[in-house]
Design a binder for this molecule. Sequence first.
Ligand SMILES: *[C@@H]1O[C@H](CO)[C@@H](O)[C@H](O)[C@H]1NC(C)=O
Ligand SMILES: *[C@@H]1O[C@H](CO)[C@@H](O)[C@H](O)[C@H]1NC(C)=O
Ligand SMILES: [Cu+2]
Length: 174
Amino acid sequence: METKALILITVSMAMIGTAFGTSHTVGAPGGSWDLQTNYSQWASRIRFTTGDELQFLYPATVHNVVEVSKAGYDTCNGSRPITTFPTGDVVPLAATGTRYFICGVPGHCIAGMKVQVDVKSKVVRTVQRCRGTGNRRRCQSKIVSSSAAAGCIGHSTVARFSVAAVVIGLMLFF
Ligand SMILES: *[C@@H]1O[C@H](CO)[C@@H](O)[C@H](O)[C@H]1NC(C)=O
Ligand SMILES: *[C@@H]1O[C@H](CO)[C@@H](O)[C@H](O)[C@H]1NC(C)=O
Ligand SMILES: [Cu+2]
């Protein structure tokens, strides 16, 4: 049979639903919602995507959680809250965008109890290129994240799992 080069390019959009979201305990593993944790450092190591959730763990007699605007976050002013969470709280990150949370107890935000999270889209594109036919077929898969540098994917187990599922799915398909 004539060897005829065949190039197949498959682009699949994997939109993994909320069922695969990750729960991020704020401040974990070193801390929780407290006066010691550096939350900018904590958030910088995590890739937040739509469908994830934040879990704030703290004694309700000591702290609270107030979602505020950027202005409220920057000035530690919780007088116009978007939402107030008075007890141990789970906050779903349903949409893309930046969310701002502070502790509403006087003095706590200024002391560092404030966290900002950038929620990215969960869309991951897998581009597969195949050359050759039958036994000679060679395929390469490349993962492209539309919302961030590809390296960031490594920070999320769920994202990695999703990508693996897509790659395996494509391999079975061909
Ligand atoms: C928190 O961590 C960031 C990044 O490592 C650092 O730039 C910042 O100074 C720290 N903030 C405090 C209050 O230690
Ligand atoms: C907080 O913001 C409100 C309205 O945005 C303002 O009236 C109030 O003076 C601010 N408080 C402080 C301490 O800046
Ligand atoms: Cu507090």
